[in-house]
Ligand binder design. Sequence first.
Ligand code: SF4
Length: 336
Amino acid sequence: MKDLRRNLWNADFSHIYIEKRAVNHPNTQKILSHFSKANLIEIDHYKDVFCRRHQSFSLQKKSIKIILAVRNDHFIYEGAKPCEDFGNAHFYYTSSMMNCIYNCEYCYLQGMYPSANIVIFVNIEDTFEAVKKLLKKHPVYLCISYDTDLLAFEGITSFVREWIKFAKNYKDLIIELRTKSANFKAIKDIQPLENIILAWTLSPDEIIRLHEEKTPSLQARLKSIKEAMENGWNVRICFDPLLYTKNWKEQYESCIEQTFEILPHHKIHDVSVGVFRVSKDYLKKMKKERSTSKLLAYPFCFNDGMASYSEKHAKQMINFVYEKVSEYIPKSKIFI
Ligand code: SF4
């Protein structure tokens, strides 16, 4: 019966929806070449599938589908308030993909999107044009892997590669690529660029096992980071979001020790530290999707439309992690 239940799900990516106007785009053809057995379904607009009513994010996570689309507008967004700008005056982000192959229990995407299916906007060249326009006005700090994990999907899209190629010609552009993957190998052959920061989110092993489904282990992430650093890339470490669990102190202490035992800490670009925080509205939907989650059952405090831990717990966690990290990294390089 257990096997039968398991087999009832279609495999991930068994179906690929393609907007009619995306069919002939070279990136569509490139992506489809990885899925020769998928059922292809032409659609008019990605929202016809992605934004349908009454979808279940958590059920769709068990059998993810891909939607290939063309983005018309909103290529770049101003950086959101809860996100760290690392001292950059002109902070933006862009999403060439929506949704992620991982399934973190605390992921805000389950509160933000009506569907867990992955949308890939194939016309990345139009985003490049939008960045060029912005660069005519001022320098740009651009996060390219929010609302997804671009490096985890690099084998399918090659978008990271395209971004690096683009960034080579624009010294006033600083790009942050955030990931939980252990997939540095996908870009290993590329020469590092000074204006690209590879940012890894790290969590203690127990948290990965219990709350970050499908993500690589801490050891696997550290191995990937070490390789990136040895190849000369700027690396940012993010202990963010810190999660309030029963034995968080021991867990984060061991995670930080393991991290700096393996990585040459004097070469780390910087470190960010932050507790779990999410928009109040997203939290409501997240709790509905994960009604049995202890992590989301915390009695959150609300401030300015955001939900997070109580001031006492947030301070305890940040101070503890900040002090631990500062044993290895100068305080000027730690962002809270
Ligand atoms: S890696 Fe990030 S984007 Fe992906 S599921 Fe986890 S929290 Fe969400």
